[in-house]
Ligand binder design. Sequence first.
Ligand SMILES: *[C@@H]1O[C@H](CO)[C@@H](O)[C@H](O)[C@H]1NC(C)=O
Ligand SMILES: *[C@@H]1O[C@H](CO)[C@@H](O)[C@H](O)[C@H]1NC(C)=O
Ligand SMILES: *[C@@H]1O[C@H](CO)[C@@H](O)[C@H](O)[C@H]1NC(C)=O
Ligand SMILES: *[C@@H]1O[C@H](CO)[C@@H](O)[C@H](O)[C@H]1NC(C)=O
Ligand SMILES: *[C@@H]1O[C@H](CO)[C@@H](O)[C@H](O)[C@H]1NC(C)=O
Length: 324
Amino acid sequence: MRALVFPTAVFLLFSLFTAASVSGNLSFNFYAASCPTAEFIVRNTVRSFSSDDPSIPGKLLRLVFHDCFVEGCDASLMLQGNNTEQSDPANRSVGGFSVIDSAKRVLEVFCPGTVSCADIIALAARDAVEAVGGPVVEIPTGRRDGMVSLASNVRPNIVDTSFTMDEMVKLFSSKGLSLDDLVILSGAHTIGSAHCSSFRDRFQQDSKGRLRLAGNDLDTDYANELMKECGSSSNPSVTVNNDPETSTVFDNQYYRNLLAHKGLFQSDSVLLRDNQTRKLVDDLANDQELFFENWSQSFLKLTTVGVKTEEEGEIRRSCEATNA
Ligand SMILES: *[C@@H]1O[C@H](CO)[C@@H](O)[C@H](O)[C@H]1NC(C)=O
Ligand SMILES: *[C@@H]1O[C@H](CO)[C@@H](O)[C@H](O)[C@H]1NC(C)=O
Ligand SMILES: *[C@@H]1O[C@H](CO)[C@@H](O)[C@H](O)[C@H]1NC(C)=O
Ligand SMILES: *[C@@H]1O[C@H](CO)[C@@H](O)[C@H](O)[C@H]1NC(C)=O
Ligand SMILES: *[C@@H]1O[C@H](CO)[C@@H](O)[C@H](O)[C@H]1NC(C)=O
């Protein structure tokens, strides 16, 4: 627990919310009267799943990005069916659905029809960061669950790991997120793992089918390590850690990796090539408290992208299907 970060986070957030009425009517402790144990139940569920499976925190973080970038933070990613967001092949990196479903089942016992799946996703990502040593962030709740989930909405709205800086900036700004938010939220890659296919573009295959490093952005030893882990294997389920140094801890190691040319994705390495983002990478690599403060604020912005409140959407009974 890093109590130090807590008051700062809370402070940042109030200023954010007075400024941004566009994020609808979310509020702190939205469930104080209707379901006082809501946040406690989500936190316990995340802790219990994470201690059984260390890959869970990274998956929950990925889950909130994909949910919020596509149709806003409205649990559209949880809906099952033909041609829903989940059915897009880009879903392969997403997981942790069972954590959300499990928390929802418990909440339906204690407070039926009250807590949205969208809030559970946002809270679970917040709790996942805390569970692996990251900052404690207070986030407002009151999100409603969406009714629309289309596979065709996925590709145009998520970051592909091969994206250039311009492509990422454009996408982030379409979500109301700044260039600084992009650098700060990329820090999520301090935990989690990735399929080898997601960074294949960093290597070329020679005529004998052997992999060679493409470009000069990657540290040679690191590149060799990656080729060893992925190269000979045609198994698409092989994954490597996003952060080769401290993969199970939420810290600022990601930025130090970038400076050492050990950013796994193309979309990581580009942060070093641009002077403006390079400056922030340097600052964050040098100061973990700064990263935590900045993370708290950018995470808040992420978790309010396109939220639905009040009369919009619904509170699903099960996260997998709309109520109708
Ligand atoms: C927020 O709530 C107030 C008062 O209940 C209402 O007038 C306003 O329209 C709401 N804003 C949004 C964005 O829903
Ligand atoms: C999904 O598609 C399959 C095959 O086209 C069909 O049998 C099934 O009923 C569909 N499911 C839903 C939920 O629409
Ligand atoms: C993700 O997409 C793949 C490929 O379209 C599909 O086979 C798989 O079932 C999807 N996963 C989920 C959880 O829906
Ligand atoms: C970026 O920084 C380098 C080194 O400090 C400098 O030479 C270059 O002119 C800068 N580029 C831009 C576009 O500012
Ligand atoms: C990062 O945190 C510092 C210190 O609180 C603050 O001055 C700066 O504006 C923050 N930057 C962003 C992008 O949040």
